[in-house]
Design a protein around this ligand. Structure first.
Ligand code: ADP
Length: 211
C-alpha cells in the first residue's frame, strides 16, 4: 500500500509505532464545525505582511465561528523550534516540524494559518506532500524587497544590512518565490481588508466557510 505523506516523512528512529485511530472521525468534526479543515501556508519575505494578514483573517474567521489558529515563526521559535537556527538545514527542520503541527490542526478539523518565511520551495513542497495533496493552500505574500525594507517593523533589515544578523532572507540568504501558489497577495498594492476578503472567497469555495 502507498505510504501516506506523514509515514514517508517519519524519522527512521521511530520504529514499531502504529498510528492510533481516533474514535471521533474527521467527518464528524467537520460536520460539527460546518467547515472543512485546511492549512493556509503564508510564505514571503520578512515584513511582507504574513502575520498581519493571517491575524486579521483569524479574527474574521473566528467571528464566523470557524475553528481557526495562527501558527507563526515567533510562536514556535521560542519553544518547539528553540534549538534551531537559520542555516538551510535548520530552516528545513523548522518547516518540517511546523508542517507536522499544521497537519495535526487539520486532523482536529481546524483551519490552520501558518505564517513562515519558508524560503525554500523544496521545504514547502514537503509540507504540501505531508498533507497528502488535500487542503494545503499556498498563499504567496508578495511585496518587493524595497517595500519590506522600508516597512521594517522589527528593525531586522537595518540589522541585516549592518551584518548584525546573518543568513537574513532577501539580504544574505535566498528566497525562492512560489511558482504556482493557490493565492497571491501583492501587499504593496492590496490593503489588508482586501487581502483578507480575497482569502475568504477562496475558503468559501474550498472549505465551505459561510459568508
Ligand atoms: P511578516 O509576518 O511577513 O514578517 P508582518 O505582518 O509582521 O510581516 O509585518 C508587515 C508590516 O507591513 C506591518 O507593520 C503591517 O502593518 C505593514 N503593512 C502595510 N501595508 C500592508 C498590507 N497591505 N498588508 C500587510 N501588511 C502591511
Amino acid at each position: 500500500m502507498e505510504k501516506s505523506g506523514r509515514e514517508k516523512s517519519a524519522s527512521p528512529k521511530s520504529e514499531n509505532i502504529t498510528a492510533s485511530i481516533s474514535t471521533v472521525t474527521l467527518p464528524q468534526r467537520e460536520q460539527r464545525n460546518r467547515h472543512r479543515g485546511a492549512v493556509l501556508w503564508f510564505t514571503g519575505l520578512s515584513a511582507s505582511g504574513k502575520s498581519t494578514v493571517a491575524n486579521e483573517l483569524e479574527k474574521a474567521l473566528f467571528k464566523k465561528g470557524v475553528q481557526v489558529f495562527v501558527l507563526d515563526g515567533d510562536r514556535v521559535r521560542h519553544g518547539l523550534c528553540s534549538d534551531l537556527g537559520f542555516s538551510p538545514t535548520d530552516r528545513q527542520e523548522n518547516i518540517r516540524r511546523v508542517g507536522e503541527v499544521a497537519r495535526l490542526f487539520t486532523d482536529a478539523g481546524f483551519i490552520c494559518l501558518a505564517a513562515f518565511i519558508s524560503p525554500y520551495r523544496a521545504d514547502r513542497l514537503l509540507v504540501r506532500k505531508l498533507m497528502d495533496g488535500g487542503n494545503f493552500f499556498e498563499v504567496y505574500v508578495n511585496a518587493p524587497l524595497s517595500v519590506c525594507e522600508q516597512r521594517d517593523p522589527k528593525g531586522l533589515y537595518v540589522k541585516a544590512r549592518q551584518k548584525k544578523i546573518k543568513d537574513f532572507t532577501g539580504i544574505s540568504a535566498p528566497y525562492e518565490p512560489p511558482l504556482n501558489p493557490e493565492i497571491e497577495l501583492r501587499t504593496d498594492k492590496l490593503a489588508v481588508p482586501d487581502a483578507v476578503e480575497k482569502i475568504l472567497r477562496h475558503l468559501r469555495k474550498v472549505c465551505g466557510v459561510k459568508k
